[in-house]
Design a protein around this ligand. Structure first.
Ligand SMILES: [Zn+2]
Length: 243
């Protein structure tokens, strides 16, 4: 934003610019309830949320018997390792414990200049496979594009999956920082489930996710396409959509 458009001098104009999420507006930093702004750049704190846990196993593979909650925790630790020392990584959980979704949101809100990645694996019709990415906030679009691109490049095949989706979930709408929920593949698909059971593939996937995060921190939204329009929806509730 040019210096002549100081928010204190032209608050209404500044609000309009922010609400339009026009290209060229400053990168996001710190907490923001709506996230109607460009994506973050230069952040050093990454919160990694391993989906499910404890009494909530998430999806269960009938092909490998593996539980989503174990795989998401494994992936969270792998992403932290792949990110290396340049980032401060905070794991939402580091063992097999249950954390309520609202508690996860409350914990994410404690951090300012950070992003949140919520890691999941999917389940659906037997023929569907491939990674999916969910985001809601405008400031999470670039990161979501990068994550979906990176996971798709690491994945050997896709079939009928939803790809990149804008959806209001508690972990894509309610945290006050850029936040993206990723599904690393379908545990319900026989071949993909076997692949996810392979630690070498999970390492490859974690490496791809880490490189997407590094790319966002280094370059912001550059190369991720136009920002989506801001949507004014209240915080997500338990009755909205299953995560
Ligand atoms: Zn899940």
């Amino acid at each position: 934003m040019p210096p002549s458009l100081k928010p204190l001098v032209f608050p209404l104009l500044a609000m309009l610019l922010a609400s339009c999420a026009a290209p060229g507006i400053r990168s996001s930093s710190g907490r923001d309830e709506w996230g109607h702004r460009a994506g973050p750049r230069g952040f050093k704190t990454v919160i990694i949320d391993a989906g499910h846990g404890g009494s909530d196993p998430g999806a269960v593979s009938r092909h490998t018997r593996q539980l989503e909650k174990d795989l998401t925790l494994d992936m969270a630790k792998r992403i932290r390792a792949e990110l290396g020392g340049g980032f401060r990584c905070i794991l939402m959980r580091s063992d097999d414990t249950f954390i309520d979704l609202d508690e996860r949101v409350a914990r994410a809100k404690r951090h300012g200049d950070a992003i949140l990645i919520s890691m999941h694996f999917n389940s659906g019709p037997a023929h569907v496979r491939g990674p999916e990415t969910y985001y809601w906030r405008v400031d999470s679009h670039g990161l979501a594009v990068r994550l979906q691109r990176a996971m798709t490049a690491a994945s050997p095949a896709e079939s009928s999956n939803r790809g990149l989706v804008r959806r209001r979930l508690r972990l894509t709408r309610n945290p006050e920082i850029p936040c993206v929920l990723i599904e690393g593949g379908y545990l319900s698909h026989s071949a993909e489930s076997q692949l996810i059971a392979n630690p070498a593939y999970r390492r490859k996937l974690a490496s791809a996710i880490a490189s997407a995060i590094r790319g966002q921190s280094a370059d912001g939204d550059a190369g991720t396409g136009p920002l989506p329009r801001p949507l004014h929806e209240p915080p997500s509730r338990p009755s909205d959509t299953r995560e």
